[in-house]
Design a protein around this ligand. Structure first.
Ligand code: C2E
Ligand code: MG
Ligand code: MG
Ligand code: MG
Length: 285
């Protein structure tokens, strides 16, 4: 307990709080530097479809920190967002994803893979977002139809008319959209009717309870019915066991992502996974 009296009255900062503030500022500075020096790069996690096998990957940002080693988003995304830097990270990831798609283009087994990139709504609302993304696609030569943007509902709904307009513009170029962590937001479902979506991604919170938990089964089944009725694809994230996959399939979900099929991994490792696919030459769509 801090006693505020006499000459200490103005020291309302607890030393630990002051240290936390300093650490926060240092991290923000390090993110800024890391963006400039190329310390951020993508890992890929396989996405599979029940009958077609591997169909693509989700790109997940990683930070190769000079002192602290390989860092996951949990250690910097929130801070980057608070510092207004998440858009820069997202653009870096989009650039790398476009270059990757361009590199795969025309290669047997790779040509039809899709890459899903996580985008903060802050970037969606940035003035130059559309031109920036189209420029990245054009400069790289990537096929826009192979790119999927993963958005979360929360921030997206701040300015629905603007989000709809922007998404429609990108959609006209073939870019697809997925709602990430579906079912964990607090919003009404009316946005599903209005946004030009292609996919719902069932949050791993609902997959975790499978195969036994009845309410998780119900939520998965209802989500799949909802998606089917709206003409949307469904994918489940965080699939760790064969039992979970079977339960998902039984409840109408045919697309999966999770440790059962592969952890997020370096690009070269993912490419080896693609090459090892038995039916890779016949995959389509
Ligand atoms: P997310 O988009 O929901 O990604 C799924 C997270 O679950 C990833 O964590 C992934 O490694 C993890 N995961 C995948 N399969 C399994 C599984 O079977 N079991 C369990 N327990 N976990 C699994 P990661 O890579 O740490 O990313 C965390 C979050 O950071 C992502 O959640 C996404 O919201 C955000 N993120 C990642 N990359 C970017 C980016 O480039 N930009 C933005 N704005 N956000 C990003
Ligand atoms: Mg995601
Ligand atoms: Mg997710
Ligand atoms: Mg998630």
């Amino acid at each position: 307990e801090a006693k505020l009296s006499g000459k200490n009255a103005l020291r309302f900062f607890d030393p630990r709080m002051q240290q936390a503030v300093q650490e926060r500022l240092r991290l923000e500075e390090e993110i800024r530097r890391g963006v400039l020096t190329g310390e951020f790069f993508l890992y890929l996690q396989a996405q599979v479809e029940q009958t077609r096998g591997l169909t693509g990957a989700e790109a997940l940002v990683r930070w190769r920190h000079p002192q602290r080693g390989l860092l996951s988003p949990a250690e910097f995304i929130v801070q980057a967002e608070r510092a207004g830097l998440v858009q820069e990270l997202d653009v870096l990831m989009l650039r790398q994803a476009c270059l990757q798609l361009a590199q795969w283009s025309g290669r047997v087994g790779f040509d039809e893979l899709t890459l899903a990139v996580n985008i903060s709504a802050h970037l969606v609302y940035q003035d130059d977002f559309i031109s920036l993304l189209l420029q990245l696609l054009q400069a790289s030569g990537a096929n826009p139809q192979r790119l999927k943007l993963e958005l979360t509902e929360t921030l997206l709904l701040d300015n629905m008319p603007e989000a709809i307009a922007r998404m429609n513009q990108l959609k006209a170029h073939g870019i697809r959209f997925s709602i990430d962590d579906f079912g964990t937001g607090y919003s009404s479902m009316s946005y599903l009717q209005q946004l030009p979506l292609d996919q719902l991604k069932i949050d791993q919170a609902f997959v975790r309870g499978l195969p036994d938990d009845a309410s998780s089964q119900t939520i998965v089944r209802a989500t799949c019915a909802l998606a089917a009725g709206l003409g949307l694809e469904v994918i489940a994230e965080g699939v760790e066991s064969e039992e979970q996959r079977t339960a998902l399939l039984a409840n109408g979900c045919h697309r999966y992502q999770g440790y059962l099929f592969g952890k997020p991994m370096p690009v070269e490792e993912f490419e080896r996974l693609v090459v090892a696919q038995p039916q890779r030459a016949s995959a389509s769509g």
